[in-house]
Ligand binder design. Sequence first.
Ligand code: N7H
Length: 476
Amino acid sequence: ALDLNNIQGDVLSGLPKKTQYYIFFAILDVAKFKADLKKFIPLIKTVAQVLKDRDAIADHKKKKLPGLVPMDGVNISFSHTGFVKLGVDDSTLAQGGPTDPFSLGQKKDAVTNLGDPNKLDGNPDWDDDFLRDLHGLILISGESHTSIDKKKHEIDVLFRVGTSTASIEEITTIRGDVRPGDEDGHEHFGFQDGISNPVVDGFDTVINPGPKVVQPGVILTGHPGDPASNPRADWATDGSFLAFRYLFQSVPEFNQFLKKNPVKKDGNGNALTPEQGSELLGARMVGRWKSGAPIDLAPFKDDPALGADPTRNNNFFFQGEINSQLRCPFAAHVRKTNPRNDLEVPPAPRPPIPIEGRRIMRRGIQFGPEVSQDEQKLSKTLHGRGLLFVCYQSSLTNGFQFLQQSWANAPKFPPFETQPEDPGLDPLIGQGARAMSGLDPLAEQTVLPMPTFITARGGEYFFSPSIKGLKNTIAV
Ligand code: N7H
């Protein structure tokens, strides 16, 4: 059985949150930091504690009590440079040698493998703070700014941040907030997010119809399904790699693109109004309507009841569509990042390619303000906004890095279809020659080039260790 008291809460259960601080820090004094870390460990929220929080939230809702249950949730993770600074041998984490994304660090991985635009000096075109060595990341989640501000103050005092005896330097802190009102749960382009995450064997108790249950080791190090070729050190089990990306979204520009390129007719040949055509174009880029309804099940008309129903909204497989983009384009974001039967059940004589080991646990939160009237009018972004993207996996090579490099950025993926047209790039996150086919259901071959809608301005790879690993190895 999984030791839920030993695993940090965000990894398996997700810290409950309406708002969240991401504190990126550098370690200044190793001995002082280790002493402070010992006092910090009790603040960390484990999976077991998150499950109790969830019960409290459910109870609050059931009793129809006003407001939200006050709570905070703290987690911590370290980069490779952080472990080097601390003198912790992390050789059983990154098992691919110096080219392993964790050892390499995301700054190098970004230009070498992820496709981020680079500057003349060889660095990615990121904000300066992310070009420095970030040793660690502290997450503080909560239901209100009051809760997370209070917790942040307590943590600042603990590490004496900003004083002459500080053990860490706060390099940068970013606050994320879920969107207001009815947009809660929707990312900035307007789509419902957080629907499809892997269901973990031995942990999840509710199993809705959908993709296969994954082994715990797809997410957690040192468990069945962890692809590590050498055994993990004791301290390195029950942890998970956290891939962070600071992703800015060009929302007015995205909306303008939809407006300028409406789909004229649906797949049955029915004429669409410009509004309907733009809505369908967006849905075909994502693979889901804004409501969350998958277009594989509701190809030409939104079905909000389907989008909201967890027993149906993930139960689709691109069944029998290996050669067809009629219902869902091959490059649609959810098809690129989880191709389901495209790989797992290809027609004979092709061997199936299991994709269970490529699933990632997505967390993250929106940042930045709502689109202003000025921005709407000008169709131009004036205020930074986007997604503080976080995902967990037991292997960056199989998880985040692979999805970005070998799927999203690869115009020929998915590979088994025999149509003359290439699928193209993921229209949201794909980097390179940005274009995709299949957006017009009646002219699948037509390729539509598109500008960049999502830009990375920073990122790093961290490892979120177990509580025992922190206590017995990292803090000593
Ligand atoms: Fe994506 N979006 O709003 O358009 N994503 N994503 N993502 N994403 C998903 O099914 C979005 C990003 C995955 O199992 C949905 O839960 C945005 C990165 C995966 O069917 C929506 C950004 C990577 C899935 C979005 C962004 C991924 C997924 C549908 C950046 C990894 C699940 C909601 C700003 C490299 C696929 C849902 C499955 C779903 C959006 C980034 C991966 C709406 C705005 C960087 C694996």
